[in-house]
Design a protein around this ligand. Structure first.
Ligand SMILES: *[C@@H]1O[C@H](CO)[C@@H](O)[C@H](O)[C@H]1NC(C)=O
Ligand SMILES: *[C@@H]1O[C@H](CO)[C@@H](O)[C@H](O)[C@H]1NC(C)=O
Ligand SMILES: *[C@@H]1O[C@H](CO)[C@@H](O)[C@H](O)[C@H]1NC(C)=O
Ligand SMILES: *[C@@H]1O[C@H](CO)[C@@H](O)[C@H](O)[C@H]1NC(C)=O
Length: 457
């Protein structure tokens, strides 16, 4: 029996899970991409087994203008939509078709060059809500030149990467005396790890500055007035809508765990807990060409994968925790639809829209900026203290990392610096890609990240 679950999936992703080895190393900004593009499109009429790694013959061209903030216009005057996916590429929907490709780059040793006026070969298909047809391969070329951007892939020196992570008691004291919202402490296990391992666990070095959050409008505020002060998907009228916590192992797959956890809980919400599937994260790691396996990926693109290719259940392709070939076992695939960023497009999110989305539709996948004070997080509502490591056993202040989480509830407890300079500060309650432990943990208590050591038992 086929039982596609029509998941109305809306979510936010402001910061993405990346890692030391990077998602793709491309680093293209909104301003680099905005402008007029020519898409060179191959023969259509294929299904989703089309292999766009192979060369293809161009049979048609599409000229499309990508305008501020999310408006696409083609040469026939059709009006559509576009969004960046972080700094990795962009998706366009226009005239009944969708186009997604990663931005072009080359890699030579540790030197990466981004060509933001070009795409790698991407995928186009019908813009259908489920199992789109009429697949083709395409490549994009922007009509105005964007200078190639060179950068070094790794931000660590060899010396730094291999240094041991040492507990910094002075730093911990500073954090604890600066505020009462959360407690810092020492994790004994961390000192067995190198700095590079720590950064990798935390999602890798931050690569990109965030867009400004969209301004909160009167309308947003009015809509948010009706929201409850306290809300938690683990207890809505006595029912828990979250799936069990899982361990992501030593693989940069938190994007897959966050997205599957979002789907799992949204399926529970939509079906009143009558369907409680656990979805395969290994299928994402091994089979999705919209992500980079254990090297990272993006919740937006995995939600697109759910619409284009469908998801399988855990038992179909159990989690291995490392890169492995895509397994061809035939299983029922379940499809999600309606993926998008909260606020509509990348950069359009704000806290009020997140709250509305969370309560009205279910848990959302949220990016989380990991500052180095978070390495010592023990309990409480985390917020960045602005405290800086001192001493030579610690990462420099400039090292920030990204990770992805699932937000499951709301709290009325105030978090200092919740939005600062348009950047979202860590969300006061979420399922967390727990740093240094590689476990998926959920807060025991509203507003708290679970104590990692306790969870491990
Ligand atoms: C697509 O083609 C490339 C290049 O020939 C090949 O390496 C890859 O395995 C193919 N992918 C699939 C899914 O067949
Ligand atoms: C829009 O779609 C129609 C129908 O498929 C097609 O005939 C037309 O050429 C398309 N317009 C552009 C600019 O590609
Ligand atoms: C990515 O590009 C932006 C803007 O061009 C730049 O500010 C940023 O430093 C780049 N990131 C890296 C890691 O080079
Ligand atoms: C949801 O399930 C509960 C049983 O767990 C049942 O009492 C309730 O009526 C159901 N609600 C709907 C809307 O079906």
């Amino acid at each position: 029996m086929e039982f596609p679950v029509f998941v109305s999936l809306l979510f936010l992703q402001l910061f993405l899970c990346s890692d030391v080895r990077a998602d793709t190393p491309a680093n293209c900004t909104y301003e680099d991409v905005r402008g007029t593009w020519l898409f060179s499109i191959g023969k259509g009429g294929n299904d989703n087994t089309i292999n766009c790694s192979l060369d293809f013959q161009v049979v048609s061209k599409l000229k499309v203008q990508l305008l501020f903030p999310d408006v696409a216009v083609d040469s026939d005057g059709n009006v559509g939509f576009w969004t960046m996916i972080y700094n990795q590429g962009f998706e366009v929907q226009i005239n009944g078709s969708k186009y997604f490709a990663f931005s072009a780059y080359t890699k030579s040793g540790k030197e990466v060059t981004s060509y933001c006026d070009k795409t790698l070969t991407g995928w186009s298909h019908e813009a259908a809500a489920l199992k789109p047809s009429n697949w083709a391969c395409y490549k994009g070329q922007k009509l105005s030149k964007v200078p190639p951007k060179k950068q070094s892939l790794r931000v660590f020196t060899y010396f730094f990467e291999n240094r041991r992570f040492m507990p910094n008691y002075k730093f911990i004291d500073e954090i604890n005396s600066a505020q009462q919202s959360w407690k810092a402490g020492v994790y004994a296990d961390y000192s067995r790890m190198t700095m590079a391992q720590m950064m990798f666990r935390a999602g890798g070095p931050k690569k990109f500055d965030f867009p400004q959050a969209r301004e909160v409008t009167e309308e947003d505020l009015l809509a948010a007035k009706a929201l409850p002060k306290e809300f938690d998907w683990r207890n809505v009228g006595g029912k828990n809508y979250l799936s069990p916590v899982r361990n992501q192992g030593n693989c940069g797959s938190c994007y897959a765990f966050a997205t599957m956890a979002m789907f799992e809980s949204r399926i529970r919400v939509l079906t009143n807990n009558t369907q409680t599937p656990v979805l395969s994260t290994q299928d994402i790691v091994s089979c999705s060409e919209y992500s980079q396996g254990c090297d990272g990926g993006f919740a937006y693109l995995i939600s697109k994968y759910a619409e284009d290719f469908g998801l399988v259940q855990e038992q179909c392709f159990p989690y291995m925790g490392h890169d492995a070939p895509c397994q061809e076992k035939k299983c029922v695939r379940q499809f999600g639809t309606g993926y998008h960023y909260v606020g509509g497009f990348y950069g359009a999110c704000n806290e009020v829209l997140m709250r509305l989305e969370l309560v009205n539709n279910g848990p959302i996948a949220v990016g989380f900026e990991v500052y180095n004070d978070f390495f010592n997080y023990k309990s409480g509502i985390y917020h960045h203290t602005g405290k800086v490591w001192t001493g030579n056993s610690s990462p420099p202040q400039s090292l920030k990392t990204d990770a992805l989480h699932l937000q499951v509830g709301l709290s009325s407890r105030k978090v200092p610096g919740y939005w600062v300079n348009g950047q979202i500060q860590p969300i006061p309650a979420h399922q967390s890609c727990c740093i240094g432990r590689w476990i998926w943990s959920r807060s025991e208590d509203w507003g708290e990240v679970l104590d990692c050591e306790e969870q491990l038992g």
